[in-house]
Ligand binder design. Structure first.
Ligand code: ZN
Length: 377
């Protein structure tokens, strides 16, 4: 009897506690569910766990969800440099994979640049270039130069100086400065360390002494007009043979006088001319070692089997019309001496592949220009 009484007494209290615990548990579950749901939503928009932590901590979940996928916002929320006041500007800036992007964006906003200008700045340089640029005072002709696709942030001052001097339009100015036309030939050249088939070698870009192509192949003896073996890369030799066969169908015989020349070959050539004609001649007509395109093994000096002065041969006329179909371009044309830095060489052809050769032919530009517009990194 006593026991029963006790039970009856405890039951309602116990029920109440259970009910409260139950409600708390359900509430917690609901909250947890909402939390997980929000995280998943942000995650599916491409935000990282670290960014999501901060987005939620700063109560910006709805704002970020409204913006949708945005790499710059993700970077901002990941960064210790995040500034609340800049949030809406971050959302408008085009992201680049740069370590200090948020810090640099803050600095550029502080200097008074618009978000569209900041997107341009970020897209035209490396992390280091942008970091340097963000330290300087606001510049005046930013969009004029940087809106050119191949403009480089680090060259900004040179663009301004060159245009001041030469009065060229912005596009030409950017192109010519990128080609180092504001520097003397052979002075302070770029040393080429990464080599591929598109390499650009000219009076401002030098190959190192130890650069030797690893796929050299000899031209057939009957294709060479000189008494020594002539070599080029495998692809160039194959392309020449294809071109030679096509010319042969029209009764013409193409040959080669020269192909790959090593750094040391070029040194010897320079010495021979130096002894015979003196320094002045060498400076004007002989490429210094490392500056000869022949070291790439992708250039050939073409000859006619029957006429010694190539420019007077039918082979020359045929090459002018057809070389591009086989991937070759006349590298130093007469009308482009100011750009290439070389007097016209009717015999010197560079292999660039069919697609690029066609573009260069149709647009009447040099390889120097093509490289700067489309291949330079
Ligand atoms: Zn040559």
């Amino acid at each position: 009897m006593t026991q029963k009484k006790l039970k009856l007494k405890l039951k309602p209290k116990f029920k109440k506690i259970l009910l409260i615990i139950g409600i708390i548990l359900i509430l917690l579950l609901v909250l947890f569910g909402l939390y997980v749901n929000k995280r998943n939503a942000l995650s599916s928009l491409g935000y990282s766990d670290k960014a999501i932590d901060n987005i939620m901590k700063k109560f910006k979940t709805s704002y970020v969800e409204e913006q949708g996928e945005n790499k710059m916002l993700n970077a901002a929320f990941e960064s210790k440099d995040y500034q609340e006041d800049n949030l809406e500007n971050y959302a408008k800036i085009e992201y680049q994979d740069q370590e200090d992007i948020v810090k640099n964006v803050n600095a550029l906003l502080e200097k008074g640049y618009k978000t569209s200008e900041i997107s341009l700045i970020l897209s035209r340089g490396s992390n280091e270039d942008v970091t340097e640029f963000a330290k300087r005072e606001k510049v005046d002709y930013l969009e004029e130069f940087l809106s050119v696709d191949y403009a480089k942030l680090k060259n900004y001052d040179r663009y301004v100086a060159y245009q001041d001097l030469e009065n060229e339009d912005a596009e030409t100015t950017v192109l010519y400065v990128n080609l180092d036309f504001d520097k003397e030939d052979y002075v302070d050249p770029l040393e080429i360390t990464e080599f591929d088939q598109y390499v650009l070698v000219n009076k401002h870009r030098q190959l190192t002494e130890d650069y030797v192509p690893d796929d050299l192949v000899e031209f057939k003896e009957e294709d060479t007009k000189v008494d020594e073996t002539v070599e080029a890369t495998e692809e160039v030799v194959r392309a020449f043979e294809e071109m030679k066969a096509a010319a042969a169908k029209e009764g013409l015989t193409l040959m080669v006088n020269s192909g790959y020349r090593s750094y040391q070959d070029q040194e010897e050539i320079m010495q021979i001319y130096l002894d015979a004609y003196g320094q002045n001649y060498v400076d004007n007509y002989i490429a210094k070692p490392g500056f000869s395109e022949h070291q790439t093994a992708m250039s050939i000096d073409v000859a006619s089997a029957t006429v010694d002065t190539f420019v007077e041969s039918d082979e020359y006329s045929w090459m002018m019309d057809n070389a591009y179909l086989y991937g070759f371009i006349l590298r130093y044309p007469r009308s482009k001496e100011d750009i290439t830095g070389y007097k016209c060489e009717a015999w010197h052809y560079r292999y660039v592949g069919k697609e690029i050769a066609k573009y260069i032919k149709e647009n009447n530009i040099t390889y120097d220009e093509y490289y700067m517009m489309f291949l330079d990194k």
